[in-house]
Design a protein. Structure first.
Ligand code: NDP
Length: 458
């Protein structure tokens, strides 16, 4: 008789939990996963996937507008928001079902309900207890909003994906990934968008040239961005809401959306009761093996608040399964994780920003190209693409690649492999370009951007 009901019990059937459970199942481990919501987690149900579908929808606005320059006559297009939301919902349902089938095909038992840790080897779901040798916490995260008077009136990205009607005017608070992506979505569908950010620039943590260029392009598309703006209160009006700032400005809108960060889903899981250490924001504290301070309890993905991206959760989850059930110890390498922002235009980035590189390496070379993509010549679109390489002046190693412009996420994925391999600038120079493409600019940048190489770190 096995000592426990399962070899591993996973709490949360999102990207990290499903990837880890399936990999463990493929090695013959007896695995169960519990899920209180729909199978698929934030990414599939209320994050990356539905967001990207809306991004695709919004981008048609550009295609219609640009077509005239290429000889097309496009009748005034009309747009049906409920039709898009219905189509998106059907696709999400299909994907959730695929996730269920994938669990089943990997012999992972799905238990529907919220998991509560009773002791380090026991999880309770719907009043029934299950024991397991290892526990994996992959419970994800949820949107958080600050405590501002009237905050009960606002929506988060969860509701923004399911609005019954397209708002004619929306105020979005926040300057991170989610805020800029939704600003682009609503703007693409023709809504008036006002974005309120508390810093000078959007997207803290991204390269400054890219942040500044994105704000310019967003403003060029008609999005109002108000920097250094703090919200003081939100009031309900007959038709919508008024957002008042700390200096007394008023912005009215039909919908007010907050995208001010996310918090790990650890409340009510029973972690302090069984001695699992959490950080101030509730994140499970883990070591490089994703192991908590309780030796049989592991955690991956947003619940650990390391790099909160789906592919990172998947890589962490698979590493845990390899380590525990395949005698193949793997630690995830969190360096040089590429990421993208599906803003309009989008961003792709890998490695260090210029500012980070200066701080860490002192002497760096910077190569920057800013140009009008070929498509924009005939379309008349004024938007510029920005590409940037950050290079260690001593070793010639490329420390960071950054791009703002069409297809940036697609282009950066390939460059991320090169950066991971330790590519030098010379290897970029020796690579033959693909012509005519925007991407070829990355291998034809010869002139260093004239900037002092030893600026004080910001
Ligand atoms: P982010 O942490 O990216 O951004 C939060 C934004 O809200 C920042 O601009 C922050 O400002 C601002 N903010 C925080 N608190 C307040 C406050 N009290 N008042 C006003 N502004 C505030 O969080 P998001 O919610 O945008 O996204 C959450 C995570 O989801 C991301 O970190 C990312 O990991 C992931 N994600 C990834 C995507 C992708 O890969 N394309 C897409 C969407 C989400 P400040 O900079 O001053 O702190």
């Amino acid at each position: 008789m096995p000592r426990y009901d399962f070899d591993m019990f996973t709490i949360g059937a999102g990207s990290g939990g499903v990837a880890s459970s399936r990999r463990a199942g493929s090695y013959g481990a007896r695995v169960a996963v519990c899920e209180e919501s729909r199978v698929g987690g934030t990414c599939v149900i209320r994050g990356c996937v539905p967001k990207k579908l809306l991004v695709y929808g919004a981008q048609f606005a550009d295609a219609f507008a640009d077509a005239a320059g290429f000889g097309w006559t496009v009748p005034v297009p009309s747009f049906d928001w409920p039709a898009l939301i219905d189509a998106k919902d059907r696709e999400i349902e299909r994907l959730s079902q695929i996730y269920r089938n994938m669990l089943k095909n990997s012999s992972v038992e799905l238990i529907e309900g919220r998991g509560l840790l009773v002791d380090p080897h026991t999880v309770e779901v719907n009043g029934r207890t299950y024991t397991a040798d290892k526990i994996l916490i992959a419970a994800g995260s949820h949107p958080t909003v600050p405590d501002v008077p009237g905050i009960q009136h606002v929506i988060s990205s969860n509701e923004a994906l399911d609005l019954a009607e397209l708002p004619r005017r929306i105020v979005i608070v926040g300057g991170g990934y989610i805020a800029v992506e939704f600003a682009g979505i609503f703007n693409g569908f023709g809504a008036e968008v006002v974005e309120l950010i508390r810093r000078e620039e959007l997207l803290y943590g991204f390269d400054n040239d890219i942040r500044i260029a994105l704000a310019q392009e967003m403003r060029g598309r008609g999005i109002e961005i108000h920097a250094r703006t703090q919200v003081a209160r939100i009031e309900k009006r007959d038709h919508g809401y008024s957002v008042y700032t700390a200096i007394g400005q008023e912005f009215s809108a039909e919908v007010v959306m907050y995208a001010t960060g996310r918090k790990p889903n650890t409340k009510g899981l029973g972690l302090p009761e069984i001695g699992v250490k959490t950080a101030d924001n509730g994140a499970v504290v883990v070591d490089e093996w994703s192991c908590s301070n309780v030796s049989n309890i592991y955690a991956v993905g947003d619940v650990t608040d390391r790099i909160n991206l789906t592919p990172v959760a998947i890589t962490e989850g698979r590493a845990v399964a390899e380590t525990l059930f395949n005698n193949n110890p793997i630690k995830m390498d969190h360096a040089n994780v590429p990421s993208a922002v599906f803003s309009q235009p989008p961003i792709g980035a890998v490695g260090l920003t210029e500012e980070q590189a200066r701080r860490q390496f002192g002497e760096i070379d910077v190569y920057c190209a800013r140009f009008k993509p070929m498509k924009n010549t005939l379309s008349g679109r004024e938007e510029r693409t920005v590409m940037k390489l950050v290079v260690d002046a001593r070793s010639d190693r490329v420390l960071g690649c950054h791009m703002l412009g069409p297809d940036a996420p697609e282009i950066l994925q390939g460059l991320a492999i090169a950066v991971k391999c330790g590519v030098s600038k010379r290897m970029f120079d020796e690579t033959v370009g693909i012509h005519p493409s925007a991407a070829e600019e990355f291998v034809t940048m010869r002139e260093k951007t004239v900037r002092p190489t030893k600026l004080a770190a910001e």
